[in-house]
Design a protein around this ligand. Structure first.
Ligand SMILES: [Zn+2]
Length: 391
């Protein structure tokens, strides 16, 4: 299951046609929210996005430009922020079952999947480096077993295999799972529940581009917990809601003529129209995962994976590189570490450690109730939270 890109085909569930429901905050349950982006603004941003990609992509085939403007979560609705905890979310939105079904019925053609696979390989190398560093920190050596939820075209599975890791991907999408099988990558086609994996068998679980799309992330955390070994790592990559909200507040104050550079920066990072269910900050992810016994070890500011090679016009490639360099420089100059919200970072990679239990066995669902979570001694000595900029 990919974050968003999809092609509309006849057997897909189009969320635009689904009835909408008003929901409360997915983190604290509050119903008090402030408007960050109106449905009219979302429609205007969608129009800009269409022009943006059509003018920049040199190959205007179904496998390229259209995939960057057609998102699963592209229906026009309000983007709001919770007034109690700050979580950004789409509201109203289609029912959870319709959202799940939309991802399960995504169709992709081979050329698109191959282009994304090529783009993912370079990207996945940097991500595997980060995970390798943290596996070493928590004393995991040898051949770690790593699970990826939403493995999509399998770029990270391949990179893990090249390092000698024992990899397994889980993805309910038929086309992407078939693509992985054709590339001899280990994937289970279906949900985590259907996979029925053995308890305490994984050293790390990675969710690179899926967590923000889950209507009920607590259900996934509950399923994951027993599968992880003592001190296992959880990696979640999310679009930064605080960055989008900040961008919108700056945009509202700018005269129209000066809005364009900001729109380009947001478009280059797939934040325009905010095509995700939730926009977590590192702080909010920490609050969500803590009751399950996870502790935030590190947070890395990041950006979206670059466009597939050979698809951008020469000037657009240059523009993308300038935007990414400026975003990186901005994150260094203004990391906003104190609040852990990384306001200037479009994307966040968060690394968590699962608490150790007395023995290797499934942990109780809520370690906060009478059980003191214990973390690996190596990390426990490391007093400071690693808040870094990913280069
Ligand atoms: Zn809230």
């Amino acid at each position: 299951m990919n974050s968003a890109q999809t092609q509309a085909k006849s057997n897909e569930v189009d969320l635009e046609d689904q009835p909408r429901v008003h929901v409360g905050c997915g983190l604290c349950g509050s119903r008090r929210s402030r408007l960050v982006c109106s449905p009219e603004d979302v429609i205007a941003q969608q129009r800009f996005l269409e022009h943006f990609y059509r003018s920049r992509w040199s190959q205007q085939t179904a496998a390229t430009a259209t995939d960057r403007v057609s998102f699963t979560q592209d229906y026009a609705t309000s983007i709001v922020a919770c007034m109690d905890c700050g979580l950004l979310y789409r509201n109203p939105r289609p029912r959870a079952e319709a959202v799940t079904q939309a991802y399960e019925t995504e169709d992709y053609d081979e050329a698109y999947l191959q282009a994304e696979f090529t783009a993912q390989q370079t990207w996945a190398r940097g991500k595997a480096d980060i995970l390798a560093r943290h596996l070493e920190k928590v004393g995991r050596r040898g051949r770690p077993r790593v699970l990826e939820i939403g493995s999509f075209v399998g770029g990270f599975l391949l990179e893990g295999q090249l390092r000698g890791w024992d990899m397994l991907g889980v993805d309910p999408g038929h086309d992407v799972a078939s693509f992985c099988r054709r590339h001899r990558l280990p994937v289970f086609e279906g949900t985590l529940e259907e996979a029925q994996l053995p308890p305490a068998s994984f050293d790390a679980v990675a969710i690179w581009n899926t967590f923000d799309q889950l209507p009920d992330p607590r259900k996934l955390l509950h399923q994951l917990l027993p599968l992880m070994r003592n001190g296992g790592l959880l990696v979640a990559r999310v679009p930064n809601g605080a960055c989008f909200e900040w961008g919108m507040s700056i945009r509202a104050r700018l005269p129209k003529v000066f809005r364009r550079p900001l729109d380009i920066a947001l478009a280059c990072n797939n934040l325009l129209t905010f095509p995700y269910l939730y926009g977590y900050s590192a702080e909010q992810l920490e609050e969500l995962t803590e009751p399950f016994g996870f502790r935030l070890l590190a947070c890395y500011a990041d950006q979206i994976v670059s466009s597939p090679p050979g698809h951008l016009r020469r000037w657009a490639l240059w523009e993308e590189q300038v935007v990414k360099t400026l975003c990186r420089a901005f994150a260094v100059l203004w990391p906003d570490n104190r609040s852990l919200r990384f306001r200037s970072a479009p994307w966040l990679d968060c690394i968590f450690e699962r608490a150790c239990t007395d023995e290797e066995r499934p942990a109780p669902q809520n370690l906060g109730l009478g059980v003191i979570p214990v973390y690996s001694p190596l990390v426990f000595k490391d007093t400071g939270l690693d808040c870094s900029v990913n280069r």
